[in-house]
Design a binder for this molecule. Sequence first.
Ligand SMILES: [Zn+2]
Length: 290
Amino acid sequence: MKKEFNFIRFDNIEEFETWLKNKKITRKINKLQVHHMYLPDYNTWKNVDKKVYGDNRELGRTKSLDDYGKNKWHFSDNHGHFIAQHFNIFPNGKITTGRDLNSRPIGITNWNEGAICVEIYGNFDLKKDKMTKEQKESIIALYALLCKKFNLKANSKYIRPHCWFTSSGRYLGDFSLSKSAKTCPGTNFMDFGNSRSAFEKNFYPLIENYMKNKTYKSTTKMVKNISKENLNIRSSPSFTNNIITTLKPGDSLTYIDGPLTIKNSTTKMYKCKNNTYITANPHYTKIIEI
Ligand SMILES: [Zn+2]
């Protein structure tokens, strides 16, 4: 742990957990926002921040974001800070504080009251930064600990990404390329993306799992749709019937078993959660570890 510029850097999740436990909150918290920074991205982290801030990259960059806010929106947290967000999560998994938790953030129009704004360092749009394992682990742990502290469930009522809103603050409930304000936190966020189905199939379960078991399921394997079409998800290991839903291009879902040999077919299938099945054809799917 290090303190500088009136910000705190947590070097591991235990430090963050202890700090959060003791933090007195005077406003009601019932919203957790998910953002990526877009810029700065991993290139900035490796090539700019290292040169400018040396081994103090996290606090140096936090101070720089605070200075930016001071000049840009002049919205003080009444504790001497102007940074938009409450927490920053860096590629090495370290976390810094931002504006005071008792002050409203500047994150999502119409969804800032009662909200905690978390900015994840990097650009997680498709083909941009590949998120590190350390950063993923800190993200899941941080949201899980915030859910516990404020008694929130890990679901779409309480945890929403920026891109499920329009720029005027209308809630869409999903990412829409044409209507969303931004792609934030990225179309390939945590390798599963920013859609509602991606959050429901992956993000919320990972947070729930951490809340129960205090661990990040790093062994989770997922089937990713690498084709350009929706893939059928079926309720039995057969290609002939029982389509219950589809997996969008770029989306992933947790896989439990497979590839399984399927009766009357040369193509195999993966068994996924809740007794669902999807093709294991390598033209359409790829296994990824999150
Ligand atoms: Zn955002």
